[in-house]
Design a protein around this ligand. Sequence first.
Ligand SMILES: Nc1nc2c(c(=O)[nH]1)N[C@H]1C(S)=C(S)[C@@H](COP(=O)(O)O)O[C@H]1N2
Ligand SMILES: [Mo]
Length: 207
Amino acid sequence: MKRRDFLKALFISTSLLVLGRLSVNEFSNYQHAQGALTPFGSWYVVQISGTPEIPKNYVLTVDGEVENPLQLTYQDILDMPSVQVKDTIQCVSDPYFLRANVVWTGVPLKYIIEMVKPSQNTIKVVGYGADGYTADLPISKAMEPDVILAYLADGNPLPIQHGYPVRLAVPGWWGYSYPKWLVRLHFTSRNVLGYWESRGYPDYAKK
Ligand SMILES: Nc1nc2c(c(=O)[nH]1)N[C@H]1C(S)=C(S)[C@@H](COP(=O)(O)O)O[C@H]1N2
Ligand SMILES: [Mo]
């Protein structure tokens, strides 16, 4: 049995053992592990430093090896076609407790890619947070239809600690692939690694 599966089995069996005398709070944690939405505003926060100030005149720069670089305002992003994706965001360092079930609304990254037209040689897109954090995605992953520039969580603007105004959501990949306070998307033919990817976490961050 893989370590992850063992821990999962242990977690489920312990949950069942205590099911007989659960408090309301414990019961909601149990439901939550089964896929119910995490109550809005009560999900975990993980970040490398403090929450940055976002200027009123926020812009998202889309640049690098592209035919049509862009500067997008928050309103530009809200005006684009959007999709909703139900997802579990999970931190690789504690996948059982640092997790939250969220419905994201946002613009498919594919839509932006088709607007900027990266060169044939582009292999990566690197997302930059306003705090200096970076996360890279292979272009093939970035083109999947559920990878989005998220601006709503459960129908509400993103809370500041979860990345307001815009972050990436990459369903099926570890939380470190979801840069918060996204200020730049950079397309490159170099094999750039993001903050955690360059510190030994998998570049192909599938959970
Ligand atoms: N800008 C920025 N984005 C970031 C991080 C960060 O430090 N800075 N941490 C990442 C990690 S490791 C995780 S698990 C998720 C956590 O997102 P949350 O705080 O909204 O739950 O954000 C990711 N995005
Ligand atoms: Mo994380």
